[in-house]
Structures are given as structure tokens and as C-alpha cells.
Write a protein that binds this ligand. Sequence first.
Ligand SMILES: C[S@@+](CC[C@H](N)C(=O)[O-])C[C@H]1O[C@@H](n2cnc3c(N)ncnc32)[C@H](O)[C@@H]1O
Length: 285
Amino acid sequence: MSAAVQQNSLPFAGLSNRGMRRLSELVREYSGICIGDDKHQLVANRLRRRVKELGIDSFDAYGDYVRSDASGRELEMLVDLMSTNHTAFFREREHFTVLFNQLAPKLRASLPAGVPLRVWSAAASSGEEPYTLALLAAEEQRRDSTLRWQLQASDISRRMLEVANRGIYALPSEAVVSTELLRRYFERGVGPQDGRCRLRREVRDSVRFQRINLLDARYPILDRQHVIFCRNVMIYFDVPTRRVVVERLLSHLAPGGFLIVGYSESLGGLAPGLVSVSHGVYTRL
Ligand SMILES: C[S@@+](CC[C@H](N)C(=O)[O-])C[C@H]1O[C@@H](n2cnc3c(N)ncnc32)[C@H](O)[C@@H]1O
């Protein structure tokens, strides 16, 4: 194969190497998500439907379309299609146990009585992570009504935020969400909704969702948070981006507060004074 052909080769129909690079640049610049050069197939698979829907005849032309859309909506759509939104109730369960059994009592010891513990779930995807917090907070309140939580959650994806606000999910198994929690806080779907469930209104209302891009220079988070969950998103960012995002998140953390990342993520060396207190749980000294 000649060099010229190799350069313009189409590893996936309609998505040239150059087109692939331009699309990944758009995604990285806007969201921080890095897409490997070898992910032609994945990119094409995720974009095919959208490209067809728009009546555009190639992936490369779609890149031009994204760039020319002054509203920025198509760029949001592209990022949405490229993101991994996988999440689950009680995902990486140990973090919830550590929070409720160890971190919360410690944080409360230095707070005036009745002041709520503020937790922000950044990159919350479809909402299962903050709703897990809401379920546990509601349980705690049944035992002691003076213990309060203020929960907020965010994600870059408007589509995911819509799902989160609806609070309708496939019914989780009892191995994941206990029978008691299912009974108290979920409404089971019937008829055509069999196998689905909806979180009860009081649970849905206890979490405030808003759209936040972690790459934005400012986050619309007013009060300093006692705990920030930012799990399984920075894994898609390069190291310089992680560093910037971690510093920004820390600027919203109350003194003595905790930043929690995914099991497979590490913040080692990303911010001065940051120490690990347990698996994926950090505080700033
Ligand atoms: C794999 S999910 C993680 C969900 C949840 N935190 C968990 O661990 O189960 C990653 C989420 O990060 C979001 N995301 C990606 N880039 C983002 C950014 N720059 N700002 C905010 N959210 C982002 C995606 O939309 C996606 O919903």
C-alpha cells in the first residue's frame, strides 16, 4: 500500500484517520474525554444512527457539521454519544458504608447540631449514585430525625439528567437493593411497566440535579461541600485535565471534607496535601 493511500485510509467506512482525530479533539476540548486513536469502530458505531438521522453522508462531514453548529447543541450531542454512562445503585458499595459509618459521624462532630451534611455527586450519570445516598440518608433519618443531608448531583449530559429526574429504572435485584429499601422507597411498575420501578417522590425530591461540565472554569455550587463523589469519570481524562478538575473540585470542598473517586482511579500526585484515607477516599490536610 502506498504512503498516500495509508494516510487517507478509511479504517472504518466514511471515518478517515483525520476525521477521527478531529472528532476526538472536539470531544476532548469540550469534555476532557480522551478517545484512543484505535477506537474508529467504537466511534463509528456510536455515531452511525445520529449521522443517518441528520441525513449526512459521512462521518467526516458530520465533524464539519458539529463545528459549524453555532448553538453548540450538536457538540453536546456528540459528547453525549461518546460518553460511557454506566452506573448502578450501590456501585462500589464500600464508599457508601464508609461515608455513613465513618465519615459522616466524623464530619458531624465538628458541625453545629441540625446543620445538614452537604454531598455533591459530580458526574452522576442517570442518578443511581445520588439516589443511593438519598436512600441511605432516608434510612438514617428514620432512626434519628435530627440527622440531615443536603444532596445535589450533576452531569454534563442533559439526556442522563432527564433520566435522573424521572427516577424510573429497571427494578434492581434484591442482591443490590435490599427488600426493605425496595419496599419503602420504590414503586413497582405494573402491566407494561412490569420489571420497572420508580423512586418515590420524597426520594426524588431529596436530590437536586443540575448540568455541570467539569471542564468549566466555574461550577455553580454555592456552599462548600462536606463530601464530593466524582467517581469513574476522571479515568477518561488525561493527567493535566485531572489535575485541573481535582483542584476545582477541592475549591468546593469544606475544610476536613472528603473527595471520593472510583475504585480504579487514583489521585496520587494530582494535588498538594491530598491524602488517601481509604480506598478511593481523599482529604486535604
Ligand atoms: C461512567 S459514568 C459514572 C457515573 C457514576 N459516577 C458512577 O460511578 O457510577 C461517567 C459520567 O461522567 C459524565 N461526564 C463525562 N465528562 C464529563 C464532564 N466533563 N463533566 C461532567 N460530567 C462528565 C458522563 O456524562 C457520564 O454520565
